[in-house]
Design a protein around this ligand. Sequence first.
Ligand SMILES: CC(C)(COP(=O)(O)OP(=O)(O)OC[C@H]1O[C@@H](n2cnc3c(N)ncnc32)[C@H](O)[C@@H]1OP(=O)(O)O)[C@@H](O)C(=O)NCCC(=O)NCCS
Length: 181
Amino acid sequence: MEIRRSTASDNADILNIHTHAFGEKNGLGIADLVSGLLGDKTALPLLSLVAVDNTETMGHILFTKAKVTRTTESVSAQILAPLAILPDCQSKGIGGQLIKEGLIQLKDSGVELVFVLGHPDYYPRSGFNPAGVLGYEAPYNIPEEHADAWMVQALCAGIIGKVQGKVACSDVLSQPQHWRE
Ligand SMILES: CC(C)(COP(=O)(O)OP(=O)(O)OC[C@H]1O[C@@H](n2cnc3c(N)ncnc32)[C@H](O)[C@@H]1OP(=O)(O)O)[C@@H](O)C(=O)NCCC(=O)NCCS
């Protein structure tokens, strides 16, 4: 398996992955989100990686620009959304490898904080921790029972505790429907 940056020629495969991975109820909506984010200038810089083998594109991960507002400190931040693996290829470690490679590339490019809204039993395996208790408010209010789904990971030492605030994302990801259950 190879993990590489996606190009425009991967877009159809990427949308297919999200449509199938997120299923009948959410698949088309998430594919629409990805399509919007890939064309959203306010999402730049972004990092879009695909996991491919000889025959197919098995997974996709997208990180887009985020900002920490209500702070005087300047911090480079990104948000992970979404991540999907084709149903037949799940539970083989591909999701974990895409996250790991993405974080390495983001760190190399100077990103200090990475946020994610996702499964609270999955992302901590890759180093994410609940963000609310660390002083990072989500773009929209997260219900108390789902508070642990809003997570952060520092890619450099000393940044958590130094910078706190409300997180803002790109225009497309800021639409409220992406922050509801
Ligand atoms: C969630 C997802 C990205 C994980 O990718 P993956 O390649 O299957 O995961 P990995 O192989 O890296 O890790 C597998 C482990 O994660 C666990 N896992 C998978 N989905 C999980 C979830 N929603 N919540 C908690 N754990 C989950 C598996 O049970 C497995 O555990 P095990 O190692 O103890 O057997 C993938 O299952 C997927 O595309 N799901 C549908 C879309 C989705 O929910 N995306 C995430 C949005 S936040």
